[in-house]
Design a protein around this ligand. Structure first.
Ligand SMILES: NC(=O)C1=CN([C@@H]2O[C@H](COP(=O)(O)OP(=O)(O)OC[C@H]3O[C@@H](n4cnc5c(N)ncnc54)[C@H](O)[C@@H]3O)[C@@H](O)[C@H]2O)C=CC1
Ligand SMILES: O=C(O)CCC(=O)C(=O)O
Length: 416
């Protein structure tokens, strides 16, 4: 059933997974006081109970927002992913319920690139094993299998925001960079795109994965691909756990085909810090294992908190959906002294004319109208000079194919 907006004190916001305080502060400064801020993710049933009266939810990579959760979240107006990946959200289910999803596409990219570069050096020097031995009272002073990074070839699979940053940092250290991407991209510095993943695997001393979780990237690195890699090369995965067949990687490390690996993301990750981490890579001393912390630096988290809360506030106050990952993107001007209505509907012919008919029948004069559509959904924003009456709102809710309507307070804050 379509809904209209509430005043800010009644807008309930649920933030999960230890989202940075910067998000809370930003929301409070914007007048949103009804905030629940939890440090953990929630299991599906607890989440379903909690989201029933929530208008905005903020999550990171662990919380699964599936169709069942969306079905329970009747009041949910927008989702903020305080991270880059949005594979944990059923974006289609959100869209067809008229819910835009936002993320932070840039704020933690540098943190991931720095970690990968550090791991490259650590693995080229065999540090995980040497450090473990020293902790055990051993002394592995040897140059065997220890290499400088200078002059080695780094192969980056997925040359997006993270891959390109890694490319720049690595070249400054003297690595030669090649990359493979499904899109033709201009290389940073002297980095060169190669024509196939096979070519990259055959040429690189270190392979680092920076692709999103997509049907086309699932298990893209397994036995067959590892066989193409150079003897004694290194694999790094800080993208998604679904990209590497982990048992097959474990076999390649045990057999000595690969010199080492650094893995930050896993097919199955603990739901919280209290749950045991189970992996076939445990106990292998040529592997750096990290608990999905590629983007977990204070700098990145603070920036993400600000960036995503800003997007939620802007959508809530103004209706702007720019940078939403699933929704028609509309950039809206401020609306002083105007009443603004957001109408989200199935993208089928005739809805807009029906909306305009209702407005005209209710003697409502349009002062601004903004429309954007994608294949499934239409999003029209209508500014008018006088308040929408209850009768007009009711009629607009009942326009066929309506998914949701929201009447926004204008900046001068007159009644909705
Ligand atoms: N470990 C962590 O804490 C973090 C992990 N990530 C993961 O890293 C991924 C990449 O992040 P960004 O670089 O910001 O994303 P991006 O969207 O900027 O870049 C991804 C690149 O992969 C390419 N690509 C897509 N499918 C491909 C395929 N089959 N083969 C080769 N290239 C392909 C795209 O064309 C694009 O250039 C995110 O989707 C996220 O899953 C992101 C941040 C933190
Ligand atoms: O820090 C997080 O919670 C997730 C980081 C990540 O994987 C992402 O940004 O996609």
């Amino acid at each position: 059933m379509a809904k209209t907006s509430l005043d800010k004190s009644k807008i309930k916001i649920l933030l999960l997974e230890g989202i940075h305080q910067s998000a809370v502060d930003n929301l409070l400064n914007a007048g949103y006081t009804n905030i629940e801020h939890l440090q953990t993710s929630l299991d599906e049933d607890t989440l379903i109970d909690k989201v029933r009266d929530v208008h905005f939810i903020g999550i990171r990579s662990r919380t699964q927002l599936n169709a069942r959760v969306f079905a329970a979240a009747e009041k949910l107006t927008a989702v903020g992913c305080f991270c880059i990946g949005t594979n944990q959200v059923d974006l289609g289910a959100a869209l067809t319920r008229g819910i835009p999803v936002f993320n932070a596409p840039y704020s933690n990219t540098r943190s991931v690139a720095e970690l990968v570069l550090a791991e490259t050096i650590m693995l080229l020097r065999g540090i995980p094993e040497k450090s473990t031995r020293a902790h055990q009272g051993g002394w592995l002073k040897s140059a065997k299998n220890a290499h400088e990074a200078r002059g080695k070839t780094l192969g980056i699979i997925g040359y997006g925001n993270i891959g390109a940053q890694l490319s720049v940092l690595s070249e400054s250290l003297g690595l030669d960079v090649i990359y493979y991407d499904v899109v033709t991209k201009l290389g940073m510095g002297n980095a060169r795109q190669v024509a196939s993943m096979q070519e990259l695997l055959a040429r690189a001393d270190v392979v680092s994965l920076h692709v999103p979780d997509l049907p086309s990237t699932r298990w893209m690195i397994g036995k067959e691909q590892i066989a193409l890699m150079k003897q004694g090369s290194i694999l790094i995965n800080a993208s998604r756990g679904s990209v590497v067949a982990i048992e097959e990687l474990a076999d390649a490390l045990k057999s000595g085909k690969l010199l080492g690996a650094a893995i930050d993301v896993f097919p199955v990750e603990p739901k919280g810090n209290a749950e045991e981490f189970v992996s076939p890579l445990r106990g292998l001393d040529n592997v750096i294992l990290t608990p999905h912390i590629g983007g977990s630096t204070l700098e990145a988290q603070e920036n993400i908190g600000i960036e995503v809360s800003e997007k939620l506030i802007t959508y809530s106050d103004n209706g702007t959906t720019i940078t939403s990952v699933n929704f028609p993107e509309v950039a809206l001007p401020a609306h002083p002294d105007k009443h603004r209505l957001l109408h989200i509907h199935d993208n089928v012919p005739g809805v807009l004319s029906e909306i305009n008919r209702v407005l005209s029948e209710n003697d409502i004069n349009i002062s601004g109208q903004y429309l954007q559509t994608n294949a499934e959904v239409g999003y029209v924003v209508i500014d008018v000079d006088k308040a929408y009456g209850a009768q007009a709102l009711e009629a607009l809710k009942h326009v066929e194919h309506t998914l949701r309507i929201r009447a926004l307070y204008s900046e001068s804050n007159f009644d909705d």
